[in-house]
Design a protein around this ligand. Structure first.
Ligand code: FES
Length: 175
């Protein structure tokens, strides 16, 4: 059966209605909770991406399209948000993601030494993932804790006043 508004590109309704694979029930429940707090569905875009990332490890193109579909946005719009917001991973990452602040306060107080220590200890360059998949090492802009520089994040945790010496003890917490 064809839709009423035929014309160039018109397709049978059963094809036009075909949906993308959906977010799973738990993902939808979490995103719905965010939507309930916000004025529009699209306002929940970042949180929806974070939900998918938390559950799947990163946001692939399929996950991005599912979020777009659920929030009634275009994939390009959601991709723009994901690209702008640097806590969303659009490529596979390790089990734990280390983000070392490389902004000015942390730079003055030695983030380069931290990065060198991490590169040496983990055997990866910035942007890389350890061979065992345990850590991905990234840099990031200011974490908003400049009075406790240098700082880094591992997953959702912020670590302040970090030194090359304290790194081992911190990393040991992330198995
Ligand atoms: S400059 Fe590193 S936390 Fe602000």
């Amino acid at each position: 059966m064809w839709t009423a508004r035929r014309g160039r590109g018109a397709r049978p309704a059963r094809i036009r209605r075909k949906r993308l694979r959906m977010l799973n029930e738990d993902e939808r429940r979490e995103i719905d909770a965010e939507i309930a707090l916000l004025p529009t569905r699209r306002s929940a875009c970042i949180e929806a991406l974070r939900v998918v990332q938390r559950r799947r490890g990163w946001v692939d193109d399929q996950g991005l399209r599912e979020v777009a579909d659920y929030l009634e946005m275009s994939p390009d719009e959601v991709d723009g948000v994901a690209t702008f917001y640097n806590l969303i991973h659009r490529r596979p990452v390790g089990k734990h993601v280390i983000r070392v602040c490389a902004s000015v306060s942390c730079w003055i107080l030695g983030c380069d030494s931290l990065i060198d220590a991490l590169r040496s200890r983990l055997g990866v360059e910035l942007g890389g993932t350890t061979t065992d998949g345990r850590f991905t090492l990234l840099s990031i802009q200011c974490l908003g804790t400049c009075d406790h520089a240098p700082a880094l994040m591992i997953d959702e945790d912020t670590h302040r006043d970090v030194s090359a010496e304290s790194l081992n003890e911190i990393l040991e917490r992330y198995k």
